[in-house]
Write a protein that binds this ligand. Sequence first.
Ligand SMILES: C[S@@+](CC[C@H](N)C(=O)[O-])C[C@H]1O[C@@H](n2cnc3c(N)ncnc32)[C@H](O)[C@@H]1O
Length: 273
Amino acid sequence: MWDPALYQRYSDERSRPFVDLLARVGADDPRGVVDLGCGPGTQTATLAVRWPRARVTGLDSSAEMIDRARGLDGPVEFAVADVRDWRPGPDTDVLVANALLQWVPGHDRLLRAWATGLPAGAWLAVQVPGNFSAPSHRALHEVAGRPRWRERVAALLRADPVADPGGYAALLTDAGCTVDAWETTYLHLLPVTGPDHPVLAWMEGTALRPVRAALGDGPDWRDFRRELAGELATAYPVRSGSVPFPFRRVFFVARAGCGVGGVSPESCENVTP
Ligand SMILES: C[S@@+](CC[C@H](N)C(=O)[O-])C[C@H]1O[C@@H](n2cnc3c(N)ncnc32)[C@H](O)[C@@H]1O
């Protein structure tokens, strides 16, 4: 279960990659814009401001996230849906998936289906965290592998599901797109505002959700959390009241049908925004 309030604790840091991603999308007047895995919908709302004539839709498999999104004012339609079952429509001119695909194993097949199903000239804009070998994830795996937790927690942790920019670029050029792919490591300076280590607070909004769901809210979760906090305090020391937290993210923006053998070059103007 996703908790929108926990997820939004670092909303400023989490929104920045979305802004950087959308800055590379050059669509002028799209008909349909879809935000897959839209979460609490705050980023989706900015798409409706940018493209007021478009039909903007946000989809997410979490009922809690969609409830939160529906509480926002604005013209965006929000619905509960699993992106694995979703396919582009003939007027889907912009597809956004920000911080979604790390939760979808085997997403290369899905990306191929989206890229080949979008109308010619449509934009596909994706950001995925590329931090699975970061100290935070190593600490989580280390604690989960301890005898007390191994059976209930270690099996929940996923192997790195994310490719590098070159991997995604190859996949999408093979699917007939032009591609702009890159990576960025943000250095978040997370302020220490309470008793919890800020990286632990960050992880509670995302990577730790399945662990908490498995352990429940009782003493097991509290002990696991304490053990992990100890590891994180060593990996990410406090400096002048905040914790430097490097976070690598992988981005790619593709245009459907505009690559080699593209189907409709006249739909592919303004490739560079
Ligand atoms: C890290 S949040 C990102 C939310 C939002 N895109 C943002 O940038 O703030 C990941 C979201 O993906 C959703 N999600 C994960 N797997 C999904 C799936 N198979 N179908 C639809 N949504 C999914 C989760 O419910 C969650 O809201």
